[in-house]
Structures are given as C-alpha cells and as structure tokens.
Design a protein around this ligand. Sequence first.
Ligand code: GDP
Ligand code: IMO
Ligand code: MG
Length: 436
Amino acid sequence: MTTGNNQSQITIIVGTQWGDEGKGKITDFFAGQSDYVVRFHGGNNAGHTVIVEGDVYKLHLIPSGVLYDRPISIIGNGTVIDPCALIKELDKLKTRGVNPRLKISYRAHVIMPYHIAVDEGLTGHQGALAAGSTKRGIAPVYADKMYRHGIRMIDLLEPEIFHEKLEKSYSFNVELVNKVLGVEFDTPMDDIYQDYIQYGARLKEYLTDTSLELGQALKAGKQILFEGAQGLSLDVDHGIYPHTTSSNMVAGHIAVGAGLTVRSIDRIIGIAKAYVSRVGISPFPTELGETEAKVLRDKGGEYGTTTGRPRRVGWLDLVQLRQAVRVNGLTELTLTKLDILSGFEKLPVCVAYEARGKRLEEVPASLELYRQAKPVYKTFAGWDELTPDQINSMIQAGFKGLPQAMQNYIRFIEDVLNCPISIISLGPERHQTIVR
Ligand code: GDP
Ligand code: IMO
Ligand code: MG
C-alpha cells in the first residue's frame, strides 16, 4: 500500500514526544485521500519532511498534503505566520512544480522582525530554564496575541488598522528588546510597515475565513486531515514547562486553532518514534550518553529539519507516551523509524521513572521531580541489521513478516499503553509503511 486508506471524516495527526516523530511523512501518507489538510498551531519552528521517490521536501508552515492535487492546504487561525518565510516556502515549492491550493486564516497572528529579536534575547535571559528555541519568534508572537496587541493576517490588508496596531506592538517590543533583553534592534517602524504591507498584498489571494470554510466542508461530508506540529512534551500546558514551545498541540486544540467543532472527530493518530529525540533544552530521562547517542543520531539522521542542530537521542519512554495517549485520546499510534532501531543487541524501554525513592508511572507536574527522574527499563532483545531488500520484503509481507523481536517490541508497547499500533513505518519514503 502506498497511501493510507482513510474513511474517517476528521482525522488528527499529533506528535507524542518532543517533535520530529515523522508527522510529515504520515500526514503525506493520508493526504491523497483528504479534501483538506490543516495546520492548527505553531509556526515555522516546525520542520516536516516528506520524501517521495527520492525527492525530499522540507515543509515548515505549508501542510504536508501539498504534494497531492486533491487537498486544499489550510493554515488555521491558531498558527503564527512569518509572511516572509511563508512566501519563500511557497516560491521554493513553485520552482519545484508544486502549486499549493492554499488558504490562510485572516485570524492567524503575524511574526514581526522584533519578535525574532526578542526570541534571541529571551534564551539568554531564561538561562537554565530556556527551551532552546528555534529563534523564529514563536514565544514573543504568542505573548503579543495574549497581551492583545498582536497583529493578524487580515490587518496586513487594512493599512490604517495595521498602522494603529503596529505602533503599539512595535514600541512595546523595541523597549523590551533594547532595554530589558539588551539586544540591539534598530529597524525603523516605517520600514517594517512598508515591507509587511507588501507581504499582505502578495498573500492576499490566499487569505480567507478558514473556520467558515472548514465548517461548510464538514457539513458537505468532506474529509479533513489535521497535521499537528511539535509533540505533546512541547505543549505549553501539558509538556515539560517551561521547556516547551508556546502553543498547544493536544488534539482537542483543533477547535481553538482551526475553529472547527471537535464533535465529529473519528481518528486521532499519535506519531511516536521507536526511540526518542529532542532538539533543544530540558531534562530528558532516557537520554543516551554521547558515545551511544552518536551512533543512533548518525544512523537516524537526527539533525533538526528547521535549524540543523544535532538532536539529543534516547530510548523509548512509555511514561511520556502514556500521557500522550491519555491527553489526546489517541485512537491509535504510528511507530516510525523501526528500521533505524535495527542492529542493536538490546533495546531498553522506559516503563516508569524513579525519583526520591518513588516509582512514577506518569509525567510529574513538578520540574524538580522531573529533573531527578531516572528511567526504569525493561530490556528487549533487538533484531539484526536490516538490508533494504529485507525491508522491502517486510513491507510486502506486512506485520507478520517483521522479525519476531520487532513484533515483540511493538506488542509490548501497545499492551502497556492500551492503544493499538496501527501503522508501522520502516523508512522515510511514502511507500515504506505497513498498515496492520
Ligand atoms: P516531523 O517534524 O514529525 O514531521 O519529523 P521530521 O521530518 O522533522 O523528522 C523525521 C525524520 O525522519 C525525517 O527526516 C523523515 O524523513 C524521517 N523518517 C520518518 N519516518 C521514518 C522511518 O520510518 N524511517 C526512517 N529511516 N526515517 C523516517
Ligand atoms: P516539528 O513540528 C522539534 C522545540 C525547540 C525548543 C522548544 C521551543 O518539526 O516536530 P520554539 O522555537 O517553538 O519557541 O522552541 O520547542 N521545538 C521543536 N522541536 N520539532 C519541532 O517541530 C519543534 N518546534 C519547536 O527546539 O526546545
Ligand atoms: Mg520536524
């Protein structure tokens, strides 16, 4: 099977770990059967990779359904948009012959140059409590949204309102950057104003009320696929706060971030890597020491899709996944990168943490406890290194063709989590996927 068969009207794909689980690959897998593919939170901090017949696409804001003609790509109101970055992403796709059928919410907030400057300064200010941001301006733009002096995409089409709001947002942020954070920022407001009016003119054709369109699509029986960014441990409410991003990626957030009712959700698919990777700063209970980490990092190509930073890597953490299953209400899991886990003699899986002499089955709210959390492992026998031919045969044969040790690993995870693993990914290409 080269594409996902999906009868559900609303399907949500979410990350269950620290991002980079392979959401882009699996979104693309289902997108050919969808009428809409929707991003509902986050911005170009995300980097989603889709590989089709050797062609690699790295998407940041444009949903991963864009390689198919059928779906309309929606960038919902809960996202934050750097218009300059978005225009570059669009242009790059167009030069490769991809013409997105894109619609962008009027209500999405706009990342301004001073947000990026604030983000630069924040990491230094936050010190050990920083998350290691991608420096795309994400925290500052969401903060301005909550302060209620944020700028929305529709404002770029209304020059007077835009000017009125920009004066407030600019003066606030420039004071913050220069005086509190000590980062130099001296771009005149008028230059920013002129640039952003131009961006508005360029993006105007895509702007609309996407909530209304999705509501109508739902009534008309269309198939709607949501593509989460990041992963639950980065969720600003449920993640390892403050080492998180500034948006919510929990599945129920589609109502907020896309303006669509949650009443008709059929499938919520959590994407989990068969091990864990983390780009950025936070405690990481199952993290490998550098020598072991290097082997797994290089084998798995674990370098950030957005920033190119080396990703920290560790063994699979079922405490983390237990929370993701519960909070999202996952109907199923997809396990990715099982091919990368081949050739290891032993595969430890973290089933609980230990801290202050106590066993923890759930992710603690306490940062202090989380910093102290040591993994309790159950160790599995690994499986041999797999050749490309062996992987191809397994994809043909399906689950029963997988090495027995891999089947044991998969069955253990779904038993502990009480959640079926319905899709197994054995390579980055669209077709390297087994549906059980
Ligand atoms: P996302 O942010 O969740 O979309 O994931 P990224 O694209 O940032 O990182 C996932 C990386 O793993 C990308 O390079 C994918 O091409 C790759 N990938 C996804 N699934 C698999 C898989 O099953 N096996 C292998 N080897 N690579 C995969
Ligand atoms: P995708 O969608 C991995 C991490 C950053 C940092 C924290 C806050 O590709 O899975 P931010 O720039 O959002 O303020 O950074 O969140 N982070 C991600 N890590 N994958 C991502 O997205 C990420 N988006 C943000 O590294 O720790
Ligand atoms: Mg990524």
